[in-house]
Design a protein around this ligand. Structure first.
Ligand code: FBP
Length: 252
């Protein structure tokens, strides 16, 4: 088994996601959070167990000296939201080798489960995993339900299927969206087996609702959270981070 200790603390994880500049564009940003330095400052002060960047931001802003305090996870694929493709494909744009050279402690890749391009993404993911594991670094799979194959199907079944795929494909950690109920999330986590599950933050919620979602995720057996907008779009990002940490690290 791949060692996850570099990107976890006491077996739990809290990742600060900042790949939205590619996935959603600057519509997500304001004068503060458009600056990657602002995110790094939150990541370092908020004691996250990893920050998620695309390679361009990592190359220009991430410093080797951050490695022990804020490990880097490079997202190896990405796409914009400008093309409204019912069956999305997110191509690989950075190699495992490049990511390691830039200082990554782990790599990530999004699979759109249910897309007609699923098979291409499976292949890319499999190659990435082989290379990453040969270098001893973990692979985080963003297992997102998007595509004509998931239309009209039950979210509980789909989320569990996506989680199971993570295990079947050998992901070390998977990142899934909360399916809405503790029971559905618990079922998905059960199906992920020994693959760890972190739950994605989603669009900015009112703080109480977001905190409840974190609590529900941890109650359902998640290893932690991978959160972006609910932290760096908040008026006081470090206050929100502290509240989440308390939930994650006081959970049995
Ligand atoms: P957020 O907490 O901001 O939702 O970030 C998590 C994340 O998975 C990012 O890594 C990614 O850019 C984004 O969500 C994708 O969101 P969506 O699927 O809604 O486009």
């Amino acid at each position: 088994m791949i060692d996850l200790s570099k990107i976890t603390k006491d077996g739990k994880a809290l990742f600060l996601a900042y790949d939205q500049g590619m996935e959603h564009g600057p519509l997500d940003f304001d004068d503060d959070n458009a600056d990657p330095e602002y995110i790094l400052d939150i990541g370092l002060k908020g004691m996250f167990t990893g920050v998620i960047f695309q390679k361009g931001i990592a190359e220009k802003y991430y410093k080797e000296e951050y490695k022990d305090r804020l490990p880097l996870i490079i997202k190896l694929n990405g796409k914009t939201n400008l093309i409204d493709d019912p069956d999305p494909y997110s191509p690989q744009i950075c190699s495992v080798k490049e990511a390691i050279e830039i200082g990554a402690s782990a790599v990530g890749y999004t699979i759109y489960v249910g897309s007609s391009h699923e098979a291409e993404m499976f292949k890319e993911f499999a190659n990435i995993e082989q290379e990453a594991h040969a270098s001893g670094i973990p692979v985080v799979g963003w297992m997102y339900l998007k595509g004509s194959g998931v239309e009209g199907k039950d979210i509980r079944d789909l989320t569990a299927y996506a989680a199971r795929l993570g295990l079947e494909m050998g992901a070390d950690i998977i990142k899934i969206k909360h399916p809405g109920t503790d029971e559905a999330l618990r079922w998905a986590i059960e199906n992920a087996g020994k693959t760890k599950v972190v739950v994605s933050g989603g669009t900015k919620e009112n703080e109480e609702e977001f905190i409840n979602m974190v609590q529900s995720s941890m109650d359902s057996g998640a290893t932690g959270m991978a959160v972006g907008r609910n932290i760096w779009q908040a008026d006081k990002p470090l206050d929100v981070a502290e509240k989440i940490q308390k939930i994650i690290w006081t959970q049995d």
